[in-house]
Design a protein around this ligand. Structure first.
Ligand SMILES: Cc1ncc(COP(=O)(O)O)c(C=O)c1O
Length: 415
């Protein structure tokens, strides 16, 4: 396109942009939240329980079972692929479980006899990017340095990880291995095997495996799903059984603000976490655990329930991807996730902040540019996390009228 055509084009795009802005909309696409219709799917869970007695005969309304009731441990054991005895069932937030486990490593060391990470000068955690801002900020809050690791189609760059793991100050890694937030990537079997088998200079190296989207397939049929190899089993086979702490939750299965979370790990890790929990709380909310375990008694029930979620959100993903395909394929690229909650959009270099700003000024809040990177610094200023689940379809259509305009304007302004 020559310069005259370019500026004509920009004038036309700006006119359309101003017309959109004049509608005075206020739409929020900033966080990966379920929409109300998804939350409604779990309403039957709130029917009276009849009785409050867990399988081990405990009255869940009372104190007891600090690591969780047996039926909830079994459910999460099935989700994470670990025996129920190696599960701690928590409160409503898996982020809280990771934060607690990281804090314990900082204050006490991961296992008895390990030096507290907080006593070392500059303990480092590897963070595949683009990744989840909560992970990076949590590490920083706890005084841990974050090291960005680029992510490709099969997961984080394993050559870089294996080489950095030779440094004893590198104490671990925190990641979303399936339908990544926001990369959409699921780690390949080879990536899982290399993470399990690699030599680490730190004997207390830990992988915080945030499997938040382990059953969140957009396409319920087997052939169109991603599959994630079991890292705990791979670690055990490689003689590194204590290397991984896995977490997940029902936040995007039942209620984002009222679900249940769990951690699974080796018997030694679980015993250590349970021991350090002793004076933190007497027990988590076991009535909610019971409600969940009865509503979702096994993996088959979870899968049937997740297919209903997929039926609600899949059209939204397909709609957003369709608009991007039509409008933006000559200037940008994006992920085509088969599950999870995000599309990872890559604007032309140097344009992401401007796109987000243009959208905000026209009434659409996106996740801040840069947030999928530690320090909110995206060196290419390119990645924008698109979260299509929360707005109802009619709002999403309006957002997707604006978004391509904003990308094209930002790209032309940049020249
Ligand atoms: C990767 C990841 N982990 C954890 C969470 C939050 O989970 P929870 O509600 O269990 O703390 C989210 C929510 O967006 C997420 O994307």
């Amino acid at each position: 396109m020559n310069m005259a055509n370019e500026s004509m084009n920009l004038i036309a795009l700006r006119a359309r942009y101003e017309a959109f802005k004049a509608r005075g909309l206020r739409l929020d696409m900033s966080r990966g939240k379920p929409e109300a219709a998804q939350l409604d799917l779990s309403e039957p869970m709130m029917a009276p329980l009849g009785d409050y007695i867990s399988e081990d005969g405990q009255d869940t309304r009372n104190y007891g079972d600090p690591t969780g009731i047996p039926e909830a441990k079994r459910l999460f054991g099935a989700l994470l692929g670990v025996p129920a005895a190696q599960v701690i069932v928590g409160g409503n937030s898996s982020i809280n479980l990771i934060h607690d486990a990281l804090s314990r490593a900082v204050i006490h060391g991961p296992l008895e006899g390990d030096a507290p990470w907080g006593k070392l000068n500059g303990a480092k955690i590897l963070c595949p990017v683009p990744g989840y801002d909560w992970h990076f900020n949590m590490c920083r809050t706890l005084g841990l340095e974050t090291v960005s690791i680029p992510t490709g189609e099969t997961g984080p760059d394993m050559d870089v990880i294996e080489s950095l793991a030779r440094d004893p100050s590198v104490k671990g890694m925190i990641c979303v291995p399936m339908y990544g937030n926001p990369s959409g990537v699921t780690y390949s079997d080879e990536t899982v095997d290399r993470l399990a088998a690699m030599q680490t200079a730190a004997p207390d190296f830990r992988i915080f495996w945030d499997n938040a989207y382990c059953v969140h397939h957009l396409y319920p049929d087997e052939a169109r799903r991603d599959h994630l190899k079991n890292l705990y089993e791979a670690c055990a086979a490689a003689g590194h059984e204590n290397r991984v702490l896995m977490v997940t939750s029902t936040s995007k299965i039942t209620f984002a603000g009222g679900g249940v979370s769990a951690m699974a790990a080796s018997p030694k890790n679980i015993a250590r976490q349970a021991a350090l929990m002793t004076y933190q709380l007497v027990c988590y909310d076991k009535v909610n655990q019971l409600r969940h375990a009865r509503f979702l008694p096994d993996l088959a029930a979870v899968e049937a329930h997740m297919a209903k979620h997929a039926a609600i959100i899949r059209p939204k993903f397909e709609y957003v991807l369709g608009v991007m395909d039509r409008e933006l394929s000559d200037i940008a690229s994006w992920s085509r996730p088969r599950g999870g909650y995000f599309i990872c959009f890559r604007a032309p270099r140097g344009c992401a902040k401007r796109v987000v700003q243009l959208c905000a000024e026209a009434g659409v809040t996106l996740t801040p540019a840069g947030s999928p990177f530690p320090d909110a610094y995206d060196p290419a200023d390119s990645v924008i996390r698109i979260a299509p689940t929360y707005p109802p379809m009619d709002e999403l259509r309006q957002v997707m009228e604006l978004f391509p305009l904003a990308v094209k304007i930002a790209a032309l302004e940049r020249g």
